[in-house]
Design a protein around this ligand. Structure first.
Ligand SMILES: [Zn+2]
Length: 422
């Protein structure tokens, strides 16, 4: 089902026109505001932008610039229009605050409703929302969208895994919304208490906020008996819901009447050709509180297609996020992302979905240890096979530590995969 037929199936030429207008309008609004970014764009004017290609003359926006503007110096909207805020979960320094106006909350509800519809969710569904309702945007985003499509909402929030399972069963949940690694915890608790997902009405899981490999996806679908959908979006862009994959499962649609996507080479910032991997830049064209021009998301992906999708939507599709430029590692001259290691590990059904990638310096040289958890039945031959497979991928031998199930910490929020001791 398509939530907003007119916008979601709009021909690409018309979307381009909307984007050009939206881009000029956004630049104008920033330049006319009290935000510190007035200065950043002083050399470029809306009338200089004749076509979407001219976006390249607009300077790139970095995460640090937003962080330095803490708390509100980057906000464009007038204070009287401020309605609510969410905040990025920065690990260092000040967080980034996104102040949302009433229209921003409307826009959020709209794009989230589209995401639910793309995942086949209707007003007949019962939606269990497991991300937290608070400074993190997840809970509220899922809530607004579910309200818009008229589904029954179970706003349980984060944690309390046993209660989550109890509700899933007793309240007949059909749709689970979660941070991508949370189903792993639910699967584990289910096993402990003898809970059977097959006997529930659960059919769909909408997952995001973390990079999760295709192999982990297969495992969740298999063990929970659900169809999963990969949803993207971050606090800076206005929260979860910027895009989602559809039933065609051939890339993530990004709502182009609200966002302009560019994929660039992260070293040169030059736009790369479709199909080539690079860093995703996002320009928002309808956001009011914190509009972004060419924002470096740090997410690595590629344009999969600009053609009309089998689902009927015309909005472009990007690949599932492979990782972030800041979590790419270099060990012994080899660059890799944690998700690539995950892809290899998850093929082994006798390993749990929990693992750590430990980076160390031994005698001045980089060393890599992969800690994985075995289930009963993990055989020695499998370890040899895993070791060979990792060697084929990395081109060097890493340490592999197989530990008993339950050894690796299960955090309440986002999964901690990498331990960097260098
Ligand atoms: Zn589609």
């Amino acid at each position: 089902m398509i939530f907003n037929e007119k916008m979601e199936t709009m021909p690409q030429e018309e979307l381009r026109k909307l984007q050009l207008e939206g881009l000029k309008k956004t630049l104008k609004r920033i330049k006319e505001s009290h935000s510190i970014f007035k200065e950043k764009y002083k050399d470029i004017n809306p009338e200089d932008i004749k076509s979407l290609d001219d976006i390249k003359y607009i300077p790139i926006l970095q995460k640090d610039e937003l962080r330095k503007a803490y708390p509100f110096k980057h906000i464009i909207a007038e204070e009287k229009d401020w309605h609510r805020m969410h905040m990025s979960s920065g690990t260092t320094g000040d967080p980034i605050i996104n102040v949302m106006t009433k229209n921003d909350l409307e826009q959020w509800g709209e794009i989230m409703a589209r995401c639910y519809s793309a995942a086949g969710v209707t007003n007949k569904d019962r939606v269990q929302i497991t991300p937290s309702f608070g400074l993190f945007n997840g809970g509220f985003g899922f809530h607004y969208g579910a309200e818009r499509i008229g589904a029954f909402i179970i706003p349980i929030g984060a944690g309390r895994s046993r209660l989550q399972l109890k509700f899933m069963d007793d309240l007949k949940t059909t749709v689970l919304c979660a941070i991508a690694s949370y189903p792993l915890r639910l699967m584990e608790v289910a096993k402990d208490i003898g809970f059977d997902f097959e006997k529930t009405d659960l059919k769909t899981a909408i997952l995001g906020a973390e990079t999760w490999s295709d192999e982990l996806r297969d495992r969740i679908e298999e063990e929970m008996g659900v169809d999963t959908y990969d949803i993207i979006g971050m606090t800076e862009t206005g929260g979860v819901g910027m895009g989602i994959d559809c039933e065609a499962k051939n890339g993530i649609h990004v709502w182009e009447d609200h966002y302009i996507v560019e994929i660039v080479n992260p070293d040169t910032m030059e736009v790369v050709e479709d199909g080539i991997e690079g860093e995703m830049l996002i320009t928002t064209i309808t956001r009011e509180g914190l509009p972004l021009l060419r924002y470096r998301t740090r997410d690595i992906t590629k344009i999969v297609s600009r053609e009309k999708c089998d689902c009927g939507r015309t909005h472009l599709r990007v690949g599932r996020l492979k990782g972030r430029t800041d979590d790419m590692f270099k060990v012994k001259g080899v660059n890799f992302y944690p998700s690539q290691i995950e892809s290899i590990l998850m093929k082994y059904k006798n390993l749990t979905p929990y693992y750590n990638i430990v980076l160390e310096k031994i005698k001045g040289k980089g060393a890599l240890t992969i800690v994985a958890e075995r289930r009963n039945g993990f055989r020695h031959e499998e370890l040899d096979k895993l070791s060979n497979e990792l060697y084929d991928f990395l081109g060097f031998h890493c340490q592999i530590q197989i530990v008993p199930e339950g050894t690796i910490e299960r955090p309440a929020g986002k999964a901690v995969r990498v331990i960097d001791k260098r």
